[in-house]
Design a binder for this molecule. Sequence first.
Ligand SMILES: [Zn+2]
Ligand SMILES: [Zn+2]
Length: 343
Amino acid sequence: MATTKVGIAPMKVAQVPKAGGDFEIVEREIPNPEAGQVRIKVQACGICHSDVLTKDGWPGIQYPRVPGHEVAGIIDELGAGVAVWKKGQRVGVGWHGGQDNTCPQCRRGDFRNCQNLKIPGISYDGGYQQYMVAPVEALAAIPDSLSDVEAAPLLCAGITTYNALRHSGAMPGDLVAVQGIGGLGHLGVQWANKSGYKVAAIGRGPENAALAKKLGAHVYIDSKATNAAQELQKLGGAQVILATAPSSKAMSELIDGLGPNGKLMVVGATLDPIEVAPTQLIFGVKSIQGWAAGTPADSEDTLHFAELTGVRAMIETYPLEKAAEGYARMMSGKAEFRVVLTM
Ligand SMILES: [Zn+2]
Ligand SMILES: [Zn+2]
């Protein structure tokens, strides 16, 4: 991205000064949008586990860097040539922070797999700040009925689980299991219920049983007390298992819970290998598929579905000045369930 020109008034920013460094609250000049960009007055920004890439380091990140790819705000300035979007319009920015429009994937319309995909908070400064600049192809319109705090976590955690489920091939009435009742899973259970699936929530221990049922699970399976794969088979085998908890071991143990033509949809990001014997997949024609969030148009679909069905993330909010505290809360795994910064 070109060097951003600066305005005059200062703004507050929560930045990571270097890979592995602590958060710093600093003042910066408010940036001005270049051609094809807008400036967003940020109202809320979710803290996602993937922000660990910015915090701890990832190849190519230039520091200092402002994390944040669950951004909700208001357009307050337009760059040259921006026609469709208007000042005052409520918009969100998620993981998909812009494509190059020229690579082989973009030429086929597969923008999500752009070879030069930009990610807010990694490729350029994200939403842990009062104002951010984003290219128009990263924008999703936010419906009036959703608050900024409600919309923010739907722009990564929400779209990831919603989009994975709606592309999973599961049909209304099918058994769909959601592994993990956390930041992703508590949304997955809600989407699955509202999509008309028979929903089995899988958690470790009995603690989350009542909550899972309240969120829309028809069945709760305690994977500590029982063999979850066998429990799924007793129910006929899962058409889809949405694997949200980042545990490759837990995912591996669930593969035998798939029914014929069943699919393990992997959204919980971890670096450890999933273990599976080819025969586990061959007999019953089963598959394992990964899923990453989606385009801003998919984000809009996610927000509209949330508006239609009442699906909402459970949220803890922190002011921008306490970004370090909010981030630590997210990393602790104890947040219920999404942490959102307010500006
Ligand atoms: Zn994320
Ligand atoms: Zn591209």
